[in-house]
Write a protein that binds this ligand. Structure first.
Ligand code: IMO
Ligand code: MG
Length: 413
């Protein structure tokens, strides 16, 4: 048995799914353990584009088993639409897609609450995806949530919904209709229900690949709180959200060659100039869930060291290196100054993070299109140097470089 985790090490959108997709061929199980359909994972395969929100990207490999652990939050209506879309593209789900009955259900009410708090001036605007993720996790902790397994017990479901609506001071009038809709969705999703922790017990000799959603800087505990998502995105979230308690043999930290962020919150290396715009255009940096333009900035080695530490990153996948082609001088942030003083730790306070001044080193860029290079030694010297600098700053080896969205646009080292 082996276990590998692919985790986003910035603010999400690090092209995790592309890395999962290339590694999935050696895995038996691909598992999501947190997040919901706030994730947007795009994969290009045979010139066709697949966008995933809830289904693990590994589903593209025939025969691989894909799992949503108890830590994932599930909008059953969105999931059914996603599955139907993938089935229409010829993907088979039979006996290879499973959901833990403990996974919480994202209700339409959660989306409403998410939208309301984002629109309320008395509430800090987070810039959420408005998918109801935060309110759903909040209900799970408040013990007022509905779980996937509840969709199969009519009386219990009605009771849980009544309780939930009461908690939110929401009209009870809709309980009956919502219970019926949920049970209908439950019927469609019933073949996928499985107690996931037993799968690990029964499959001790298999290879597991854990697919992270969002990124470490969005982790609810260790991210840039309160500008975070509501789940545990770091390696520590794997045991909680999947019931797998073995050791993770290899943690692959996915780092973008530059940084991006969607939504509100501090972003020390953000570029508000033409270079930021150039990166946005070259990298097509628009959200795959919300279509919002992503904020773009330089690689931040202070943040990167922090996220490597929190995940115990063993190896780096450096993604979207092709996007930097044509930028004359590249910057990498190597330190922070706060009120003139050098600080050595990534600040826990977003207020401080918003005020720090990044210190940069400058590296010469390259003009060549590198998107069809498959051998590291064939990259332009300055691109190799850029990657080597990231390795030196983090003290971790880059084993994968991604130079495009297709499987073939991957350099293994
Ligand atoms: P993937 O998996 C980038 C961000 C939102 C917002 C904050 C909270 O594609 O990398 P939420 O809706 O989760 O309550 O929003 O988190 N966010 C993401 N940013 N990629 C994602 O997922 C994200 N999922 C949530 O923009 O700032
Ligand atoms: Mg995304």
């Amino acid at each position: 048995m082996s276990s590998t985790a692919v985790l986003g090490c910035a603010w999400g959108d690090e092209a995790k799914a592309k890395i999962v997709d290339v590694l999935a061929k050696d895995a038996d199980f691909i598992i999501r353990f947190q997040g919901g359909n706030n994730a947007g994972h795009t994969i290009k395969f045979n010139d066709e584009k697949f966008v995933f929100h809830l289904v693990p990207a590994g589903i593209l490999y025939p025969g691989k088993i894909c799992v949503l652990g108890s830590g994932v939050v599930i909008d059953p209506f969105a999931l059914i639409t996603e599955i139907e879309g993938l089935k229409n593209k010829g993907i088979n789900f039979e006996n290879r897609f499973f959901i833990d009955p403990r996974a919480h259900i994202v209700l339409p009410l959660h989306k409403e609450l998410d939208g309301n708090s984002e629109a309320n001036n008395n509430h800090t605007k987070i810039g959420t995806t408005k998918m109801g993720i935060g309110p759903c996790y909040a209900d799970s902790i408040a013990r007022t949530g509905i779980r996937f397994g509840d969709l199969y017990e009519e009386e219990l479901l009605q009771e849980r919904l009544t309780n939930n609506y009461y908690y939110h001071e929401y009209s009870q009038n809709g309980v009956q209709a919502m219970a019926e809709n949920l049970m209908e969705a439950g019927k469609i999703l019933q073949p996928y229900l499985k107690q996931i922790p037993y799968m690990w017990k029964e499959n001790k000799d298999k290879n597991l690949l854990f697919e992270g959603a969002q990124g470490t800087l969005l982790d609810v505990n260790y991210g840039t709180y309160p500008f975070v998502t509501s789940s545990h995105t770091i390696a520590g979230g794997i045991a909680i959200g999947s019931g797998f308690t073995g050791k993770i043999d290899k943690v692959i930290g996915v780092y973008k060659s530059y940084y991006t962020r969607v939504g509100e919150g501090p972003f020390p290396t953000e570029l508000l100039d033409e270079t930021g715009e150039q990166i946005r255009i070259q990298g097509n940096e628009y959200g795959s869930t919300t279509g919002r333009p992503r904020r773009c900035g330089w690689f931040d080695a202070v943040a990167a060291n922090y996220t490597a530490m929190l995940n115990g990153v063993d190896e780096i996948a450096l993604t979207l290196l092709d996007v930097l082609s044509g930028i004359e001088t590249l910057n990498i942030c190597i330190g922070y100054r706060y009120k003139g003083q050098k600080i050595h730790e990534f600040p826990y306070s977003t207020k401080i993070l918003a005020e720090i001044v990044p210190e940069y080193i400058q590296l010469p860029g390259w003009n060549e299109d590198i998107s069809s290079i498959t051998d590291f030694s064939k990259l332009p010297e300055n691109a190799r140097n850029y990657a080597a600098t990231v390795e030196d700053l983090l003290g971790i080896k880059i084993t994968i470089v991604s130079v495009g969205a297709e499987r073939r646009q991957t350099i293994f080292r």
